[in-house]
Ligand binder design. Structure first.
Ligand code: RTP
Ligand code: MG
Length: 138
């Protein structure tokens, strides 16, 4: 699955009406959408998804934010998907995100930072399976 990554358009970007803009940036950059859905994470879903950050000081705020409204989850395919997608979205803190990146264009803050991108091939597979059944990935 080295050509797969997983993304979420986060509640801030959905609320601001940027689903279409962000999906266009993603497909313009050469990613193919293999799965996509709009959903809202329950507290226990967000806690499980971000379990790796459970001990971090920002964990409670992260879970609260990620459950605050609907998201769009998607599985994306491209050569070098994980690294190329993280380049496309830019730094976690939008103040440090390179010009033209999705976070530079649409994020508000380090918490409300518009999009998620998997950080490894292994996590991309885990995260895709967290949100989608095999038959929902095309
Ligand atoms: P993501 O997982 O959402 O793609 O973001 P990332 O890899 O760039 O950042 P990560 O370290 O995985 O952190 C996950 C999310 O937690 C929030 N965060 N807040 N206040 C802080 O210092 C802080 N650090 C991270 C961000 O919203 C980040 O996207
Ligand atoms: Mg991360």
């Amino acid at each position: 699955m080295a050509n797969i990554t997983f993304t979420m358009i986060k509640p801030d970007a959905v609320a601001k009406g940027h689903i279409g803009d962000i999906l266009k940036d993603i497909t313009d950059a050469g990613f193919k959408i293999k799965a996509a859905k709009m959903t809202q994470l329950a507290k226990q879903d967000a806690e499980a998804f971000y379990a790796i950050h459970a001990e971090r000081p920002f964990f409670k705020d992260l879970v609260e934010f990620m459950t605050s409204g609907p998201i769009v989850a998607a599985v994306l395919e491209k050569d070098n998907a994980v690294a190329d997608f993280r380049t496309l979205i830019g730094a976690t803190n939008p103040a440090e995100a390179a010009e033209g990146t999705i976070r530079a264009k649409y994020a508000e803050s380090i918490d409300a930072n518009a999009v998620h991108g998997s950080d490894s091939d292994e996590n991309a597979a885990i995260e895709a399976a967290f949100h989608f059944a095999a038959k929902e990935i095309f």
